[in-house]
Design a protein around this ligand. Structure first.
Ligand SMILES: Cc1cc2nc3c(=O)[nH]c(=O)nc-3n(C[C@H](O)[C@H](O)[C@H](O)COP(=O)(O)O)c2cc1C
Length: 154
């Protein structure tokens, strides 16, 4: 299956996870392409002023995995802006994951995933797999488990 791994990553953590997912999914026989979202001004926090540079297109993919960090107990604004501008997601297989720093429950992981799901649904898509990677807690095991789950979907 042709899979697009579309990620936003400010400090590299989410990108690193996407590279591990790429390796795992490629080994399972998929054709995987990572596309990293870039922003005009990385310091811009005002949603209405965030501009995505050459937003990655999705039409060439049968399946898409969106990945982003948690910011301020929710989805980071950069991914929110990118996903809000997507065309229809009808007919695509979709999974979403986030990375986060805080290990405690209630610190934004589920909130961010819900937001990603809602954004996908608002574009006619439905999310069949999700994952949350807590950065400083058995990270490799969490990533392997998530890759195994995503492999079952595609
Ligand atoms: C501005 C900012 C806000 C953050 N807010 C949260 C948060 O609410 N909850 C959490 O668990 N981690 C939070 N983090 C930690 C990041 O989610 C975590 O380091 C993530 O893995 C960074 O991903 P990246 O390297 O791909 O940008 C925050 C980090 C930054 C810079």
């Amino acid at each position: 299956m042709k899979i697009g791994l579309i990620v936003y990553s400010k400090t590299g953590n989410t990108y690193e996870v996407s590279q591990k997912l790429e390796k795992n999914l490629s080994e399972a026989g998929h054709s995987v392409n990572i596309e990293r979202i870039e922003i005009d001004d990385e310091n811009q926090r005002d949603l209405s002023k965030i501009r995505v540079k050459s937003p990655p297109g999705i039409s060439k993919y049968e399946a898409i995995i969106f990945g982003a960090p948690v910011n301020a107990f929710s989805l980071c604004p950069e991914m929110t802006v990118y996903m809000s501008q997507l065309p229809t997601l009808k007919g695509k297989k979709i999974a979403c994951f986030v990375t986060k720093g805080l290990p405690l429950a209630g610190t934004g992981g589920n909130q961010a995933i819900s937001k990603m799901k809602n954004l996908c649904e608002s574009k006619g898509g439905s999310v069949s797999g999700t994952g949350i990677v807590i950065w400083n807690k058995d990270r490799d095991k969490q990533i392997t488990n998530m890759a195994d789950e995503f492999n079952k979907l595609f």
